[in-house]
Ligand binder design. Structure first.
Ligand code: ADP
Ligand code: MG
Length: 700
């Protein structure tokens, strides 16, 4: 069986070396098995042949069977077109071609019976159809085209080689008609019966060539199930092997630094959720296994403090800690916060980014290697080869979804023993995504906000109300508060955005003139120290308004700021809006977020704005975001294994994700190495998967 599916695609009748080469390049199809796994993305119902006499112009795609008469060409050069009359005895329709005229003139014969497939139009009471698909009626009938016809994604280059959707369909048909074609069952019998899954062979047949809706649905369910099930097995395998094989540094105690910080330095009480999470992490780091944990919490829920306390545990146990952030600004911000606390405790900290001067860098790296530097905060610069720790015990990765998975792994190689890893996300991610993208990590959730926080009031206003909004900002400033005004800066339209930002800055300074008001501006094209200077001015309260691009999206923490105005809010994604809004509401005052837009709003934009106005719950917002955008567009998802999901849509197949997760957990728990006889076919299948990179052999 494996040999057949592993056969190179070039040996398939009708393919050959040239087409095979293109299939590899265009669709990554190398073997028979790959081709069978190229599933249709939709189907057309070809079971019904219409009578021309019953057609109307508002019909969707239909097929008719009849004969051509009287071909005529009209027009010249570009405007040239070929017209023919087509009849089945119940009526006439005009068929028009603008392209491929030569081919039609050469091969299509009047008087012969054809089946046409396409969308009819009605013009001045006459029916016509443009560029229909067309097939010999005898061939159509011989193929037994009674049911649904699959439609496959393909590319322009493949189409030119005859491998349009139809060409692919024919190739798959040839394959399935081969006597050696057989998809062996690989799922264990108890799972098949528990979830009423049809057998694998039938599933492959019916996903490509279903005869009715019901068969198609059953096939799709079975194949979605296995696709998710395999993904979960892979995640659990990675997790399981790590737990078994990767010894973690045992942090056996909570010592001087942690206790001093907790009892004497920490300026507030931890929330119960924070306490619970610190405990979970502490237990994990003391277990003797390497920790790989995801820390989720809403914006402002206090993840950073938790992260810092974990660093103290690492230091209490004689190791170093580092924190990696996705941007220089965020790294700087973390560094400022951490240094403040760390200095009180007599700990050495340093910040390493792309713009750290050579000399400082040298000293820093030396201190890191000899162990006198306790905490290193930084950007991607941390994963450069020159950065060597004396004894790294804990790595915290903030806003990990902006890092690639490879980069995460690279940080592990920084130390002799495996450091514990804590991943923090900027905003919550939906459960289904967490279960798949981060399925190899354990999870801790902070589901509670610090006490005394008032939910932020959010409103949507149109651009023509800007003066009123300015008036509101004025009132807030009069109360001693500060405001952000944020402009989009999106790469494709950078120049225009930059102009908008500057125009905006000008109108703000006109509405809020010096010396009474001071306005800061921060954007991506400024030098890091100039940015930092402006941020500090705002932070110290020397300026009342901060005009900025999304550089302030993450990291800025000014509790006195109570107004967040987001300009062109329709251009921001939901998680970005939520993240921006999280910049206010950090103090005890009532805070406000005002989303400014034009009147022209797409359906999705309206939904995003409504969601923001309705709720401040990041977990809820994440769910809506997933529904609106689908998983492919959510940051970080593309690099992860779930990009390979072919049938599953994580935004709609939530239940199936949970089911397969539990089912996979049950299986691994009962038989971690898949050694039971009923799991052997599954084991062999997983071992044969080329791209997975997961080792399923018993001894590793
Ligand atoms: P996150 O990283 O989850 O967005 P932060 O850790 O930046 O949140 O915390 C947001 C703000 O709340 C910071 O100013 C932090 O000092 C403060 N904070 C964190 N935990 C508490 C708490 N338990 N009580 C009061 N304030 C807190
Ligand atoms: Mg934070």
């Amino acid at each position: 069986m494996p040999q057949f599916l592993d056969t190179s695609i070039e040996y398939l009748k009708g393919i050959g070396p040239q087409k095979a080469d293109t299939l590899k390049k265009e669709l990554g199809i190398f073997t028979y098995g790959d081709l069978l796994n190229h599933f249709p993305f939709r189907y057309v119902d070809r079971s019904h042949i219409y009578k021309i006499g019953e057609l109307k112009g508002d019909f969707a795609h239909i097929q008719v069977k009849g004969r051509f008469s009287s071909f005529t060409t009209e027009g010249e050069k570009q405007a040239k077109r070929l017209k023919a009359l087509f009849t089945d005895g119940t009526g006439f329709m005009e068929v028009v071609w603008f392209k491929g005229i030569n081919w039609i003139e050469k091969y299509v014969r009047p008087g012969k019976e054809y089946v046409l497939f396409g969308k009819p139009n009605e013009f001045m009471g006459k029916l016509n159809i443009v560029h229909p698909e067309l097939e010999d009626a005898s061939e159509f009938l011989a193929e037994g085209n009674a049911g649904f016809q699959p439609v496959y994604s393909t590319t322009e280059i493949l189409k030119r080689k005859g491998l349009d959707s139809r060409g692919l369909m024919k190739a798959i048909k040839v394959l399935m008609n081969d006597r050696a074609f057989k998809m062996e069952e690989i799922l264990p019998p108890d799972i098949l019966s528990e979830f009423r899954l049809i057998d694998r062979h039938t599933a492959f047949q019916n996903i490509h060539f279903p005869t009715n809706d019901n068969d198609q649905r059953k096939a799709q369910f079975r194949l979605k199930f296995e696709e998710l099930f395999f993904l979960q097995l892979k995640m659990l395998r990675i997790r399981g092997m790590r737990r078994k094989d990767v010894p973690g540094i045992v942090f056996s105690k909570v010592g001087h630094y942690f206790n001093t910080f907790y009892n004497e330095v920490l300026p507030f009480d931890l929330t119960n959720a924070q306490k619970r999470v610190v405990k979970e992490i502490r237990q994990d780091m003391g277990s003797g296994k390497q920790m790989n944990r995801l820390l989720q919490g809403d914006v402002g829920s206090g993840k950073t403090v938790v992260g810092f306390m974990c660093m103290l545990i690492a230091i209490d146990n004689g190791t170093q800690a580092c924190m990696m952030a996705p941007t220089e600004i965020l790294a700087q911000q973390h560094y400022n916060n951490i240094r403040k606390f760390a200095e009180d405790l007599g700990l050495n900290t340093a910040l390493l980014t792309g713009s750290t001067p050579q000399k400082a860098r040298k000293e820093m790296l030396a201190a890191l290697e000899n162990g006198t530097l306790h905490i290193l905060v930084g950007t991607h610069a941390l994963i450069e080869d020159k950065v060597k720790f004396n004894n790294l015990g804990l790595t915290i990765i903030d806003e990990q979804h902006r890092f690639g998975v490879q980069q995460r792994a690279k940080l592990w190689n920084k130390s002799l023993s495996m450091p514990h890893v804590l991943v923090m996300t900027a905003t919550p991610i939906p459960r289904t995504l967490a279960m798949t993208v981060y399925g190899d990590l354990d999870t801790s959730i902070i589901d509670e906000m610090p006490v005394g926080r008032k939910p932020i009031n959010t409103a949507h206003r149109y651009d023509n109300n800007r003066l009123r909004v300015f008036g509101f900002i004025e009132e807030e400033i009069a109360k001693g508060r500060q405001a952000y005004i944020v402009y989009p800066l999106i790469e494709e339209s950078e120049k225009l955005d930059y102009k908008n930002l500057m125009d905006g800055f000008e109108s703000v300074t006109r509405a809020f003139p010096a010396p009474k008001y001071q306005v800061s501006i921060v954007h991506g094209q400024m030098k890091p120290d100039a940015k930092e200077f402006e941020m500090q001015r705002f932070k110290r309260g020397e300026t009342q308004i901060m005009v900025a691009t999304t550089v302030i999206e993450v990291g800025v923490d000014v509790p006195n700021a109570s107004v967040m105005v987001i300009e062109s809010a329709e251009r921001f994604g939901l998680s970005q809006l939520h993240q921006l809004r999280g910049r206010v509401g950090r103090g005890a005052e009532q805070s406000y977020c005002i989303l400014m837009t034009s009147h022209k709003l797409s359906h999705d934009a309206r939904k995003r704005l409504e969601t923001m106005v309705r709720t401040t719950n990041g977990f809820e917002i994440a769910e809506v975001d997933l529904q609106l955008r689908g998983p492919g567009d959510i940051e970080g998802v593309r690099q992860s294994g779930i990009a390979d999901l072919k049938l599953t849509d994580l935004s709609t197949d939530k239940e199936l994700v949970t089911i397969t997760r539990h089912s996979a957990e049950k299986l691994i728990e009962a038989d971690m190495h898949l050694q039971l006889p009923q799991h052997r076919p599954l084991l062999h299948f997983l071992q044969s998967r080329r791209k997975d990179g997961v080792n399923w052999s018993r001894v590793s």
